[in-house]
Ligand binder design. Structure first.
Ligand SMILES: C[S@@+](CC[C@H](N)C(=O)[O-])C[C@H]1O[C@@H](n2cnc3c(N)ncnc32)[C@H](O)[C@@H]1O
Length: 493
């Protein structure tokens, strides 16, 4: 695990691809990204709003540079290439171009995440299905955790002859099984508690609920206990997790019947008056229901919460209160980011938002004691973030605004890149990596694939041999621009 090569509270203005490429590997705990959605729109903040002047494009056309990227993906990751190609065939060139833009960035994000890290990709149904296949391929289908449906408004009346599109999708993946996950709970409303949890004992309010689950099972969980046979009604004993705290050692090492008996002796299981009826367990109110994968913004939840103020759900408060709007196009509510940050990071962890806009994720990270870094192309975004952090968090100090490209410091001390020329000549078999023509050793020059001026390292992986003509053509261009230019000039197929 590497140390970050930037400071906490850094706001970067620039293309996130260049910047992420210069960041040390495995140095981020949580990434939230809210990229353009490929919605074929041009966003601009209203004149007079704090964000006036901020704009970004969300329209994509396939360019030569995209094709060059695609070629690079084909070499490095043929599965990803096939997925993007298929999307291009079924949806069109604009989608292909958009997915290429996303794929190269998601590959960098995977490199930046620690093994215990998580990523939340915010998108909408325009491209969520294609993005999910990209994420499966890059992070691994086994690391898919949830598809969260976030209901962002009540109704959409402008669209006819289809259901109003009122939700966004968040694709949540982890880098491995080791992920951090503390889901919060949504407290019940007073009305719900009064309606359902009508009984009381010394442990508090409760309702009775089934102790069995659907389908029959072999073994003790399918056998009769105290005269009731779950198999006879097509079910099996299923003791809920909430009762484990009442069992010695959480019930570890106990059989199903031993657990049932222990709970019954303590009064947590009740039998109906009618003989032969199914026993039920006492389900206490507890703190609420753990968050599920539909994050509805639910009007009227606030104010009807049970008992004391400590039950008030912070996220609901934020979702309903909207004075936080600064007018930035596509600004997301803090409540949404609060929930993500609290669920998938710990205090002191490093949070990255590579498409930060007016930095909602950075404000939420600051609020909960996390470190953060935000990147956005638009310089207006940086100005806005600074004033927002000042107003909302009182942060007059310590926000580092950068527009340079960072240099990785996690590659160790490297020998001079010039020492690699012979090895590279052998590896490339004397062929120029630009025009693909063979040249004698003396005519070859060493080129940095990601230019040194853009953070490219002297590592062998970032070096190639070019003939003199190709090297001057490349200059400080990216490899993709260079290849696109060679093709346009007819110097390469
Ligand atoms: C949907 S908005 C993000 C809104 C943000 N979540 C908020 O709450 O304000 C997308 C942002 O991505 C930025 N952006 C687009 N392409 C980018 C790139 N290649 N690098 C960095 N930022 C980019 C745009 O300037 C825009 O601010």
């Amino acid at each position: 695990m590497a140390q970050p090569n930037w400071q906490n509270r850094t706001l970067w203005t620039g293309d996130n691809l260049d910047i992420m490429r210069g960041m040390n590997s495995e140095s981020i705990d949580l990434i939230y990204l809210d990229p353009p959605f490929n919605s074929n729109r041009q966003f601009a903040a209203p004149i007079g709003s704090k964000a006036a002047g901020a704009a970004f494009k969300d329209t994509w056309a396939l360019s030569d540079v995209d094709e060059a990227w695609h070629g690079e993906i084909a070499d490095k990751d043929p599965t990803l290439y096939a997925i993007i190609d298929a999307a291009g065939l079924s949806h069109g060139k604009g989608m292909k171009s958009y997915l290429i833009m996303m794929a190269v960035r998601l590959l960098e994000m995977k490199r930046l995440l620690k093994l215990s890290g998580s990523v939340y990709l915010h998108c909408d149904p325009t491209a969520s299905h294609y993005l999910k296949t990209l994420m499966d391929s890059i992070f691994g289908a086994g690391n898919f955790r949830s598809e969260i449906v976030w209901r962002r408004s009540n109704a959409h009346s402008k669209i006819t002859k289809q259901f109003g599109p009122i939700h966004d999708t968040l694709l949540y993946y982890s880098k491995s099984e080791e992920r951090i996950f503390h889901p919060g709970v949504r407290p019940y409303t007073r009305a719900y508690i009064e309606d359902r949890f009508k009984k009381r004992d010394e442990h508090g309010r409760y309702q009775t609920n089934y102790l069995t689950g659907p389908e029959t099972r072999e073994g003790e969980s399918g056998e009769s206990w105290r005269g009731f046979d779950p198999t006879s009604v097509g079910r099996h004993w299923a003791i809920p997790r909430s009762l484990r705290e009442f069992l010695p050692s959480g019930g570890n090492g106990m059989s199903s019947h031993e657990k049932l008996e222990c709970l019954y002796q303590q009064g947590f299981i009740v039998f109906p008056k009618k003989p032969g009826g199914q026993p039920m367990y006492k389900q206490y109110v507890g703190s609420g229901v753990p968050y599920q994968d539909v994050w509805a913004y639910q009007p009227n939840t606030r104010g009807v919460l049970y008992e004391s103020d400590e039950h008030i759900d912070e996220d609901v408060k934020w979702l309903e209160a909207e004075p936080e709007k600064v007018g930035y196009p596509t600004q997301k509510p803090l409540g949404l980011l609060n929930r993500i940050i609290r669920t998938s990071s710990n205090k002191g962890d490093m949070v990255l938002d590579p498409f930060c806009g007016c930095a909602t994720a950075c404000v939420a990270a600051e609020k909960f004691g996390r470190q953060w870094i935000g990147i956005d192309l638009s310089p207006v975004a940086a100005t806005l973030v600074k004033s927002r952090l000042k107003e909302e968090m009182g942060l007059f100090y310590d926000v580092h605004h950068r527009a340079d490209i960072p240099h990785r410091t996690d590659l160790g001390k490297l020998p001079s890149y010039k020492t690699h020329k012979h090895t590279m000549y052998g590896k490339q078999e004397g062929i120029c990596a630009g025009c693909l023509i063979m040249f004698p050793f003396r005519n070859m020059t060493i080129d940095h694939i990601i230019p040194q001026s853009k953070g490219g390292s002297d590592h062998l992986d970032n070096l190639q041999l070019l003939c003199g003509a190709c090297n001057s053509m490349k200059g400080t261009r990216s490899q993709e621009e260079f290849i696109a230019q060679l093709k346009t000039a007819g110097m390469r197929q």
